[in-house]
Design a protein around this ligand. Sequence first.
Ligand SMILES: [Zn+2]
Length: 247
Amino acid sequence: MTFSIVLANNPSAYTGPGTNTYVLEFGGQVVVIDPGPIMPDHIDNVAAAIGEREVGGVLVTHHHPDHAPAAESLADRFTAPVFAMDPVPRFKAKRLISDEMDIEIGGEVLTCIHSPGHTNDSVTFVRDGVGFIGDVLMGESTVIIEDLTAYLDTLERLSALGLDALYPGHGPVIEQPRARLHEVIEHRLARNDQIVSAIETGADTVEAIRALVYPGLNPALHIAAEGSVRTHLSYLMDEGTVPNRNW
Ligand SMILES: [Zn+2]
């Protein structure tokens, strides 16, 4: 397998330097992973990276607007099917991905690993000791998590695969996957402990917990931090560590 990366020009607080679109080649055929947003220049750059090669599929790691929307337009242009776990109105997945499904391209196989947590429909594509992980991890910052229980399970599962490198949807390659995955697991568990301590010292609203756990945070990031606190609270309530109530 060889591949190239086409960076979309959509940098932001949530997308880092922009979305990485991956063009992988197997035996003369290519697949595109995360076609990205509908930006004509980006789609042209991806088409240029594909060149004259046949496209076996356009693969989507998850439905978010910085990853999936260009899927249909690229698939139409190259007469290729879109593969995704969960079809949503922004694009039409012709092949639905299931956990451990193998996608055959150019006589070789790319394996799909369901990787929920950031979103429920997140998928990692694995081949040759390399994982293309979408937003499971970012190259250089933390990601938004919808379901912390599922997310921690996903990180453990990816660690157990013993991969050599992870290629994220944003930012640079992660070259020591096991160390990085465990660092993120530890970070999340430490955050749980901080939230439990904040509650023990009397914080009884999400805002009060956020103020204790993220002291001096830029006010522009308060909403995002409170979202993270809510995700952790829901995990802690499921676990029974924090009493069930409407936070
Ligand atoms: Zn995302």
